[in-house]
Design a protein around this ligand. Structure first.
Ligand SMILES: NC(=O)c1ccc[n+]([C@@H]2O[C@H](COP(=O)([O-])OP(=O)(O)OC[C@H]3O[C@@H](n4cnc5c(N)ncnc54)[C@H](O)[C@@H]3O)[C@@H](O)[C@H]2O)c1
Length: 375
């Protein structure tokens, strides 16, 4: 790689710290700008998993001064700092917009209006921008279902429906040309972040890439944050001796991608000339339903807690989504290497060596209930 001074915003977080370690191993000078948000890191965070070679700046992406200091001498930026809870985003609308959209705008404003040495920028986008994603209707072919109707879900019908005939559809792999129509405030902020970076990146002649990460999991993910990360939430509940409540009918599914695969794809996006200007899915390309996740974690932890499928649901959640990985393969020469069975075993192995976090999930659900966002 020709350039090697890399700034990772949000680099003390789950994906960022793993990426920092990998970039240091490749000879990069890595700087992290992170505000060590207590929701993610707890009240007295140290450096987390970051090795001593990484320069750590405690600061906020909403602050122009903090960003300007962090950008000094950098040749590449990986912009990961964000608020990341889909459910929480539905009532912390100003905070999510300020950090995700405002922080990105501040970064791009600096790159446009002040001297700098940045040549490359990668933004973490999300599968959340696709909403329900790409589906197949037996009658109407490829369709993009709208957010599911509350009345249907209250009656136990959780399927995504054809927007033309209203019949249940089949989820097919979502490619990058699929319709963008997020169903949450978080998804909207990710869409705007990605469009800002690709549009301004092009106008500045930067190598700019948006990576649409699916559900990333693995060692190092926050066990304290009850607002996101289903594997962490389940493992914390079971380790605290509790049971698990699974939403809907438990057959809702996600594409779970192992963190080291995400790091590998991100490093390729920084390097690969063909990636410039593109949005690229980063997933496993495989669907796993939430009941399977719950039972696998219970088994691996050998935990006594019961698993209850409740039929409850959160407004803004999607039913199913998994990535079409063709573009990642063609443009980044990237194929995921860790399957779910291997990855979840590694994750649980790591969790068992970690301090037990307080189970705050019920409180996060109470916050949704108080605002009518949980049924
Ligand atoms: N983990 C996933 O499943 C997933 C999926 C899709 C997209 N993403 C995106 O990838 C990126 C990284 O996610 P992650 O899972 O590592 O999350 P994370 O919460 O572990 O890390 C985010 C980091 O950003 C920092 N941060 C938050 N607000 C900040 C601010 N105002 N200023 C500076 N730093 C701030 C936090 O302290 C944290 O260290 C995010 O942009 C997220 O939206 C993640």
């Amino acid at each position: 790689m020709a350039t090697n001074n890399t700034l990772i915003t949000g680099g003390a977080g789950f994906i960022g710290s793993r990426l920092a370690i990998a970039l240091v191993a490749q000879g990069h000078q890595v700087t992290v700008l992170d505000n060590f948000s207590p929701q993610i890191h707890g009240e007295n965070p140290g450096r987390g998993l970051l090795p001593p070679e990484v320069r750590v700046l405690r600061g906020d992406v909403r602050s122009r001064d903090d960003l300007a200091a962090a950008l000094e001498g950098q040749t590449a930026v990986v912009h990961l700092a964000a608020e990341t809870g889909t459910g929480q985003s539905m009532y912390e609308i100003a905070r999510y917009s300020e950090v995700n959209v405002g922080g990105t705008a501040e970064l791009l404003d600096l790159l446009t209006n002040t001297p700098h040495s940045v040549e490359r920028i990668v933004i973490a986008s999300s599968r959340a921008i696709y909403g329900e994603g790409k589906h197949q209707c037996a009658e109407h072919g490829v369709v993009y279902p709208l957010a599911r109707a509350e009345a249907d879900m209250a009656a136990g019908d959780f399927a995504a429906k054809c927007p033309i005939c209203g019949v249940a559809t089949e989820c097919v792999p979502t490619d990058e040309n699929s319709r963008i129509h997020p169903t949450s405030v978080y998804g909207i902020t990710k869409q705007v972040q990605e469009q800002l970076v690709l549009t301004v990146g092009e106008s500045l002649g930067l190598h700019a890439v948006a990576l649409r990460y699916q559900n990333v999991y693995g060692p190092g993910q926050s066990l304290k944050n009850p607002y996101t990360g289903i594997l962490s939430i389940f493992s914390t509940q079971l380790r605290n001796g509790g049971g698990l409540t699974v939403f809907e009918d438990g057959r809702e599914s996600r594409d779970f991608v192992y963190v080291d695969d995400v790091v590998a794809a991100t490093m390729r996006a920084l390097e690969s000339p063909a990636a410039a200007g593109l949005a690229i899915n980063v997933g496993s390309g495989v669907r796993t339903d939430v009941s399977t996740v719950a039972h696998t974690i219970k088994e691996l932890l050998d935990a006594p807690g019961a698993i209850e499928v409740t039929g409850n649901f959160r407004l803004g959640d999607i039913r199913d989504n998994f990535a079409d990985m063709t573009r990642a393969r063609e443009v980044l020469d990237f194929t995921p290497t860790v399957d779910f069975a291997t990855g979840i075993a590694r994750f649980i192995g790591w969790v068992q060596g970690e301090e037990l976090a307080e189970d705050r999930f019920a409180r996060s659900i109470d916050e949704l209930k108080a605002r009518g966002l949980y049924r």
